[in-house]
Design a protein. Structure first.
Length: 123
């Protein structure tokens, strides 16, 4: 499921209108409509504001999107991850989160993963 579809699904589950969410997020309903229809990719800042308007976090939005992917997408991810859906969802969430980091924090994350790998090999 794409982030726009996820936003729409959560908005409807919460019984909110586009106008209500858009106003709370500091954008307009037309912009939110294009995002929900996957015609426009929101900036990270706007995703944060929409998540807050929906009473959730960006990480939870992406986790929800990953958990509600169509079966074909899940199977593709499962094949890449060696069959473990939990691992593939975690990997997808990590990948999306990684792209949102600053350049400096991306480097720190890479170094941390290298450290974890070295530590794991020693065991």
């Amino acid at each position: 499921m794409k982030i726009g579809e996820t936003i729409k699904k959560l908005r409807l589950e919460r019984g909110l209108t586009q106008e209500e969410v858009a106003l709370e997020a500091g954008t307009n309903a037309g912009n939110l409509s294009r995002i929900e229809r996957c015609q426009q990719q929101p900036s990270l800042e706007l995703v944060e504001q929409i998540a807050a308007a929906l009473g959730t976090t960006v990480a939870d939005l992406y986790a929800y999107a990953a958990a509600n992917q169509p079966k074909a997408e899940k199977n593709k991810l499962r094949t890449k991850a060696g069959g473990n859906t939990e691992t593939s969802n975690a990997a997808l969430l990590f990948q999306r989160s990684f792209h949102q980091l600053s350049t400096e924090n991306k480097q720190l994350a890479v170094e941390f993963v290298k450290l974890l790998n070295r530590r794991q090999i020693k065991k």
